[in-house]
Structure formats: C-alpha cells, structure tokens
Design a protein around this ligand. Sequence first.
Ligand code: SF4
Ligand code: SF4
Length: 402
Amino acid sequence: MEYRKFGSIDWKVSALGLGAMRLPTKKILPRVDWDESIELIRYAIDKDINYIDTGWIYGLGASEKVLGEALKDGYREKVFLVTKLPMFLVRKSEDFYKYLNQQLKSLQTDYLDAYFFHGLSRNSFKKVKELNLIEKMEEAKNKGLIKHVGFSFHDTLPVFKEIIDFYDWDLAQIQYNYMDTAVQATHEGLKYAHEKGIAVVIMEPVKGGKLANPPEEALKIMKKASNQRTPVDWALQYVWNQPEVAVVLSGMGSKKMVNENVESASNSGINSLSEEDNNIISELAEIYRKSILVQCTACKYCMPCPSGVNIPENFAVLNNVAYTGEKGGMTFLINRRYKKLAKSKKKLNKEYPNGNASFCTKCGECLEKCPQEINIPEELEKVDAILGKGKNISEYYDLNSD
Ligand code: SF4
Ligand code: SF4
C-alpha cells in the first residue's frame, strides 16, 4: 500500500480509502448483506486500507451499523473513521447531537476521527451558519467526541472557496476525476484547499462508474498504450498523480474490487504518470467530452431566465440522451424527465423557473453570463426540436463522431 501526506493531520493515510456506501447487498432485496459486508470491510483493512468513509444515509441507513460490528476485535484502532452530519435532516441546532450521538452508537465507538457536514452547497452552508453548527463541531471536539472537522461538497468553485475561507477545516471531500477537473470544486479548488493545509479526500474518481465502461474509441486508445491498464486503473492513477490529493475513495462491493484497487494503489505515486500516459488521459477525456452535447456545468450563473426557462435542467436532459444513445433503454425515463418541465404558461412556477426550452424568447440576456460560452438560445432551440417536437437528434448533433 502507498501512504500519503494527510494535510496537517498526523496520520499516514492509505492512498486508497473505503467508501462504505456500496456494500454488498442481498440478491433478492436491495438490503445490505450484513455478514458479507463485515467480511469485506475487515478484508479491506487487512489489505492496509486505513481510511473509512460512511454517512447516515449510506446503505439505506445500514452502513454505520454494519461498520460498528465490523470494527470490533481491534479493527477500530486501525482506521481513520469518518461519518457525516445529514444536513438535509437537520432543522435546528439541537439536531447536531441527536445525529452525532446516534451515529457514535451505531458505529459502536466513543469518538470519530472526523465528522463532516454532508454535501455542503450554497444553501446547506447557509444553514451551517444560521444554526451555529461550527460551534457545535468545536464543542464536540472539546468533549473528545470528534477529532477533526470537515465537509463534503457539491456546488461550484466560488462557493467552495467561500466555505474553505470560513473556517480552519482539517478535511474537505470533493468530486474529482479526469472528466471533472472543471466542474464542482474544480482543479483550482483542489489546489486552493491543499495550499491551506487541508487534507483533500476524493470521491467519484471513476465518475460514478462511467469511466469504467468506456466507448469503443476510448478502448482502442487504451490498447495502444505502452502501459497496459484497465479503464478503472487509468481513472485512479490520474487522481493519485495529483500532489494535492490525500486519499481516494472507492465504493468497493467485492473482494475482487478490493484486490484490483489495492494493486492500483500500490502502483500509484505523485507525478508518476509519463508524458505518454498524460496524453492518453487527455485523449480519453476528449472522447468522453464529445459524448456531452452541451458543456453545461449547471453553475446556474445564467439563471434566472426572465421567461422562466430552467436552462441547466434542459441541457442536463439533453446530455442524458447522448450518454444513453438515441435508442437507449433510458429514452422513456428521459422523456419523463423532460415532461416534468412546464410546457405552458399556466404550469410555469413563478417562484422557481421550471420552463422547458420552448419558453426561450431569444432575448439574449443569459448569453454573457455563461462561463462556458454556450450559445444558450441556440442550444435551447435544439432541445425544443429534439425533446419537445420529437426531431431526430442526428439532425442536430453528430453522435458518432469517431
Ligand atoms: S435567451 Fe432564452 S434562455 Fe436566455 S434569458 Fe432569454 S429567454 Fe431566457
Ligand atoms: S448554461 Fe452556462 S451559465 Fe447556465 S448553468 Fe450551464 S454552464 Fe452555467
């Protein structure tokens, strides 16, 4: 196992961390398989993984309880254990201890190595401030219930920087992979946090599994490489190559996955990728990018639209068409998602823009606001033609540009 610097924390962290959100489930019911999960968690720790990440909602609420059992018999002391305050359930300050105490009980431990605010965004960060939750974190730290404070993040770079600058965090968990260097916290955010001595934990290194199943064109490029790697290994090595990264989380659901990822981790290193490797990764990213029709990052800078168009949602639905293919099995679900957007003035929500692409009047007010320089009215016209009027997507986009 490779170990890495862990921000300002005195712990030699394993390059690979176990994300306990995708534990083995039983065949018939989508429930966590208790025995298999305990065996798997201990197997991963025996393979020298020493960082474990969980959350209140993981495994439909079972993850923390399973971990509580798995970490008996001396395993607790071997790992840096993190769980998260479920921000979406917190309504008042007192809720902080309601959840923390229950989580300590489920995990059968007296302390957490770190406690995170789960999934901070502009709105949930507002809640952190309004309910004085940082003070609660400090208090819990003084009581010895938690050792370090952090947060996981889902929003844009300006929000990330605002949160980073607000408090002396020990850890920050962000989404990052070779496709997502310019979205969410971005590569700039990764560096920003690292420069402040914060340990940066990476989630979604394989983009929710998308980078594990590359299109044919990408596979051909991988086959030509001097260093033969699996698609998952390419994705993981890219992240470990970054000096600012502390630990990379993987939701490993089987011993096979643990073995493969542990082997990848032992071959990892900072700045260890060759020029050829880096060029290959750029080519792979380019191929994936081609399958994204509109490069919208959902930053919402273009919103609100005076005509009530939900601009990022319209583009998100269209991009799903590209991922699944025009005749993909998801078409029904995509159509249903598009139909949820308002298509008549009567259904337009005055408080929240929910209009579909047909509402665009081409006023151009959004044009200068888009950091991705998307010609929003032009693209919305295509969305309306394809998803609203049922036109063939290939009339507007080249889906097979290889
Ligand atoms: S151009 Fe269309 S999407 Fe942009 S602000 Fe005007 S009406 Fe809204
Ligand atoms: S269209 Fe541009 S400004 Fe609007 S959400 Fe997408 S990337 Fe942001």
